[in-house]
Design a protein around this ligand. Structure first.
Ligand code: MN
Length: 171
């Protein structure tokens, strides 16, 4: 067996160090999931990461469950809207189906009144129809969003839903 030279010991050290680094990164990830709110522990799918783009108003979380690909032509994500949060107006070229998995929220197609949606509801957003979805003012809402026929095209994002539009919830 070769004696451990300085060069070798640096190599061994860096291998061990990077292995530890990987392990500690994994632990960090687990801790992140575990340290999300208590409500999160009751969810089948963790709520994921905070959305930072401009297509939403308020605090929204996204967990990509299945990325788009050319085999299935769908994308699937669990989206959690904190109270008051909602998407911008938008449309889906290939349509979208929402499965409400938790809480109570709102859905509106352009030119129609806002509909209240709640856990257990299935909402079909027809292709090319402008709409928005989100929480209510006081309730959080989680839905699984299934982007269908993604080979036809994805979401087209439009203007934010104003506070005035958002407040027109039917009694
Ligand atoms: Mn939509």
């Amino acid at each position: 067996m070769k004696p451990i030279t300085l060069k070798n010991s640096v190599l061994i050290f860096s291998v061990v160090f990077s292995a530890l680094g990987i392990i500690s990164c994994n632990n960090d990830n687990k801790q992140q999931h575990a340290s999300t709110t208590e409500a999160d522990t009751a969810m089948v799918f963790p709520k994921g990461n905070k959305v930072t783009n401009d297509n939403f108003t308020g605090t929204v979380w996204l967990n990509y469950l299945a990325e788009n690909d050319t085999t299935y032509n769908v994308n699937i994500g669990s989206v959690t809207f904190e109270p008051g949060a909602r998407t911008n107006w938008h449309l889906h070229k290939g349509g979208q189906i929402l499965l409400v998995t938790k809480g109570k929220g709102l859905y509106q197609q352009k030119g129609e009144p806002i509909k209240i949606i709640k856990e257990g509801d299935v909402v079909k957003c027809p292709p090319n129809i402008e709409h928005w979805h989100g929480a209510t003012k006081t309730d959080a809402m989680t839905h699984i969003a299934i982007g269908t026929n993604t080979n036809i095209g994805g979401a087209v994002w439009l203007k934010p839903v104003t506070d005035e539009e958002f407040s027109k919830v039917p009694e």
